[in-house]
Design a binder for this molecule. Structure first.
Ligand code: ATP
Ligand code: MG
Length: 572
């Protein structure tokens, strides 16, 4: 393709609206343009990347036995009412009405629509397993659309839904998708990790997120070096300590600690390290129950774990007013001793502690040498805190490490949540009606493109992994002399004939401008044709990623490029 025939409106300066590098570079390289908050047009170059990711996904989904279909963007409210999600989804669900005042929503996901299809059409376990997928535009009215394609409101998703007659079959379907995702992100040329993810109220452990590793990622993951464990920090499990502190219990001491509201301040005043202190966090459930959560001073609470133990979906720190109703202590002085009529749950870490510091449950007071069991009663010791680097792995003798990642895919064993709610059953081998066991599997196609840039860029621009680059080779004639243009034309034709995707910069621009744009766009290989080289019978071949340059004779260019590309499993 010649640049004169392709709309690539590159920008020299950084657009002010872009906070992250992928957003900035995709705007600057003329790949996307904003239409409204979280809503973008893909320009030709951006669309090429998207189509390549789509092609890889399609091939791997088909290979895994999934069947492509295409569901509508609008779905009727009735289906969503059946599962309760018309109300539960809240404002993220964009709703509209037609001319007959019928309610619809713009699909943020399609469990309802696919389950409706299934219950109407499929009768017998003999027809299973089935797995349907689509690559389609989704709409989610995110509160804070940001970071360009990373968190859009309208975005491209691949979503798949599997149906099985029994649990064992459902696990096989799940594993097939897990393996397909592994191949998809490998083939996209990305460094990623699959991590255990939170299942919310559905429970179980069968959910994995696929995370592209990038310092700018919003998600934190932990993993051990042994490769035995990797999880989203939201879910990362921590085992109870194997030893309790055997020290003698010392008498409880009351200490005057005016104005010391933070862990740091208390530790400085009492000359103790934060791991000798226990924080008392008062939370309020949606049903207005106050629960005290005890966490070691150097640890952080994990509200997702707390919610899971309490069987609820959300919880918040209690407001000042609520705290005042249960404890005379102002913020920073809450403590478990003398706390009346409130459930006290403690993190496992507290079980191992003796003679620790706690808030005094009254103003300007802390207690030293507090001990659970003697001074207050703990209802249960549970895993309630956020994992952090250095914590022991729950599956090996190793320690946990932390890295940042971008969630690009999510595989989820749903069980019968939707099939039961919507009465999607099949007849099993005994002729019994059983609800189908479902799985759902998403990939953010547009987010994957952005994540690829977050992971692969430098000061000059994007550095596309070869399989999803908009073009393979950027052909850069440095002058408009006859010999240069003639060689460019010959090489272009010979590469195109081999199926190589070549972007030919045929603009009448200075070499510096062409180089800058080529670096910005980030095509993996640059083929540079200049007078000087031609006089010596060579053209230059440069790798965008490393800057490494080799001289190649024009006749050898075709086989050189073929050799380079043969290292990749390119989308076909
Ligand atoms: P997040 O926690 O980032 O909001 P999610 O858990 O809501 O994601 P899923 O419902 O599992 O996401 O959707 C499947 C995939 O769709 C995600 O893994 C992600 O890659 C992509 N995705 C979700 N929301 C967005 C969005 N607002 N913009 C772009 N891609 C998205
Ligand atoms: Mg979301």
């Amino acid at each position: 393709m010649r640049t004169s025939q392709l709309f690539i409106p590159t920008l020299r300066d950084n657009p002010g609206e872009a906070e992250v590098v992928s957003h900035r570079l995709m705007l600057r390289a003329g790949m996307i343009r904003k239409v409204a908050a979280g809503i973008y047009t893909f320009l030709p170059l951006g669309l090429r990347v998207l189509k390549k990711i789509e092609r890889i996904i399609r091939q791997e989904m088909n290979r895994a036995g999934a069947q492509e279909l295409l569901m509508p963007i609008l779905s009727p409210a009735e289906l969503w009412r059946e599962t309760g999600r018309w109300d539960f989804y809240g404002k993220e669900l964009l709703r509209c009405q037609d001319r007959h005042d019928r309610h619809f929503c713009f699909g943020p996901t399609h469990e309802e629509v696919i389950t409706d299809l299934f219950r109407r059409e499929v009768r017998s376990y003999r027809q299973l397993p089935m797995n349907f997928y689509q690559i389609q535009t989704k709409f989610r009215d995110e509160i804070r659309p940001r970071f360009g394609l990373m968190r859009g409101r309208e975005f491209l998703m691949k979503d798949a839904y599997s149906f099985d007659a029994d649990e064992a079959g459902a696990r096989v379907s799940y594993q097939k998708m897990y393996d397909a995702y592994d191949r998809i992100f490998t083939r996209c040329g990305l460094k990623f990790r699959a991590v255990e993810a939170d299942n919310g109220l559905i429970g179980g452990t069968t959910s994995h997120e696929f995370m592209v590793l990038a310092e700018t990622g919003e998600e934190t993951l932990v993993y051990d070096e042994e490769g035995s464990y990797a999880a989203n920090v939201e879910r990362a499990e921590l085992l109870p300590p194997d030893q309790e502190d055997g020290a003698d219990q010392l008498p409880l001491e009351t200490i005057h600690t005016p104005g010391t509201k933070t862990v740091e301040a208390v530790c400085a005043l009492l000359q103790v390290s934060p791991d000798r202190l226990v924080k008392t966090l008062l939370y309020e459930t949606p049903a207005h129950e106050v629960v005290a959560i005890l966490i070691r001073g150097d640890h952080e609470a994990n509200t997702i774990k707390i919610c899971r133990h309490l069987g609820i979906t959300e919880i918040a720190l209690a407001s000042k007013e609520t705290v005042a109703a249960v404890s005379p202590a102002p913020l920073g002085f809450a403590g478990p001793v003398g706390l009346q009529g409130i459930r006290i749950l403690a993190d496992h870490g507290i079980k191992a502690m003796r003679n620790f510091v706690v808030g005094g449950n009254k103003p300007d007071t802390h207690l030293k040498h507090a001990n659970w069991g003697r001074d207050f009663t703990v209802e249960a010791f549970l895993d309630l805190r956020r994992a952090q680097a250095g914590d022991p792995s729950p599956r090996s003798d190793g320690r946990l490490h932390e890295v940042q990642g971008i969630e690009v895919g999510h595989v989820f064993l749903l069980g019968t949540k939707y099939s039961k709610a919507m009465n999607a059953t099949v007849l099993d081998a005994q002729g019994q009606e059983v609800p189908a066991i479902m799985g759902c599997y998403g990939i953010g196609v547009s987010r994957t493109a952005a994540a690829a840039v977050e992971q692969n860029h430098d000061g000059k621009g994007m550095v596309w992994p070869v399989p999803i680059a908009p073009f393979h080779v950027h052909l850069l004639p440095l002058t408009a002399s006859e010999t240069v243009l003639k060689t460019a034309g010959t090489l272009y034709d010979s590469l195109i004939a081999e199926g190589v995707e070549v972007l030919w910069d045929d603009r009448n621009e200075r070499a510096g401008v062409k180089f800058n744009d080529a670096d910005l766009i980030g095509t993996p290989f640059h083929l540079i044709i200049g007078e000087k080289g031609l006089a010596q019978g060579v053209v230059e071949f440069k790798r965008r990623k490393t800057g490494e340059v080799v001289n190649v004779q024009p006749d050898a260019v075709q086989s050189h490029v073929k050799g380079l590309l043969s290292a990749y499993d390119l989308p076909r």
